[in-house]
Design a protein around this ligand. Structure first.
Ligand SMILES: [Zn+2]
Length: 348
């Protein structure tokens, strides 16, 4: 196969960095180095981890667009001299002496992914850790220190970019990302509710931006309903917001059997959801979309899901799938109807 053709068939590029394996190395914790190291090795063996993009550290200025100076200082102070792992004082995030450095590079990896996806008008996957969507401006929690997607969104806007939509399909609600929504950043999420962290019950407008939350029963949902929720949710929110950049908080702890989440959803859900994401990225963002890893604690489920996302972003044209609203439970249809009305108002 000639090189040009091979390139076209692997459109999804990756950001990763050896430093991502250092946070919590040797610590018994589900958010462990293998989540990026074993997954990267498996993707490499399938020929998917080609043309990787170098990560860099997020700058103080980039982090300060999302987090308070006092919190940034707290993370440095509470981690750098640690002799053994400990909880960050602000929430349930276990840290060690490497965590501040690794978290800065995770945020910088998300920024690098956005820069690359915008420059190449393509899809990029930031295979980073620690995750970010629970991190609020002044507190880390839920395994998260700095909010990677929020920092990347604000960096894009500071560089002259337009509106950003963050789509979050992690099992958990991204309380940290919702906390900073507004000023050109909209947020939509499916998540188990009630469940950790307890937020994400309702949808609303914040200025010209939207927060669209679709709570799902924590006891589980069918794969068809989960896919239908995304195939319905994403086009409605995107039509109201008309984002110039799509960012995805890509958490795979919704997959059945996940040790932390588990919504009972089949691993194959990633394929149609990524196809829906690609359609929105192509229609509104010139193809630019950056996925940033959040949760997901089964190595096999992570690998398979990301491989499906890579295939959804390969060079082949896609037929547009019709959403199947019949698959949606009544409570989900009601959440979607509510934010559709809010979205209509926002689009006026
Ligand atoms: Zn999660």
């Amino acid at each position: 196969m000639p090189p040009a053709q091979a390139r076209e068939l692997h459109r999804l590029r990756f950001v990763t960095d050896p430093l991502y394996g250092e946070h919590l190395r040797g610590v018994a914790h589900p958010e462990r180095p293998q989540r990026v190291e074993a997954v990267a090795a498996a993707l490499l063996s399938r020929g998917l981890l080609e043309r990787t993009i170098a990560a860099r550290d997020a700058t103080d200025e980039e982090i300060a667009r999302v987090h308070t100076g006092a919190y940034v200082e707290l993370v440095a102070r509470e981690t750098r001299r640690l002799k053994s792992p400990a909880y960050l004082s602000t929430g349930d995030a276990v840290v060690d002496a490497s965590s501040d450095r690794v978290a800065r590079r995770a945020a910088g990896g998300a920024v690098a992914a956005v820069e690359a996806c915008v420059a190449g008008k393509e899809a990029v996957f930031a295979l980073v850790r620690p995750p970010g969507h629970h991190a609020e401006p002044d507190r880390g929690m839920g395994f998260c220190l700095f909010n990677n997607v929020a920092i990347a969104a604000r960096a894009y806007q500071a560089a002259g970019g337009g509106r950003v939509l963050v789509a979050d399909f992690d099992y958990h609600h991204g309380n940290g990302t919702e906390a900073v929504a507004g000023n050109g950043l909209s947020y939509c999420s499916t998540h188990a509710y009630p469940a950790y962290p307890g937020t994400g019950a309702r949808s609303y407008r914040r200025g010209d931006d939207l927060v669209a939350n679709v709570p799902l029963p924590p006891g589980g949902t069918s794969t068809e309903a989960f896919v239908a929720a995304w195939e319905t949710l994403l086009p409605i929110v995107a039509a109201a917001i008309r984002p110039s950049l799509l960012l995805v908080s890509a958490g795979f702890d919704y997959v059945a059997g996940d040790e932390v989440g588990d919504l009972g959803v089949g691993v194959h859900a990633a394929a149609p959801i990524a196809a829906a994401i690609r359609r929105v990225a192509d229609e509104y963002c010139g193809g630019s979309v950056a996925y940033v890893l959040e949760g997901g604690y089964g190595i096999g489920a992570l690998t398979e899901s990301i491989a499906m996302i890579a295939r959804a972003h390969d060079g082949r044209p896609q037929s547009s799938a019709a959403a199947q609203p019949d698959a949606l439970p009544r409570s989900v249809r009601e959440s979607i109807r509510t934010f559709s009305e809010i979205a209509k108002e926002a689009a006026k």
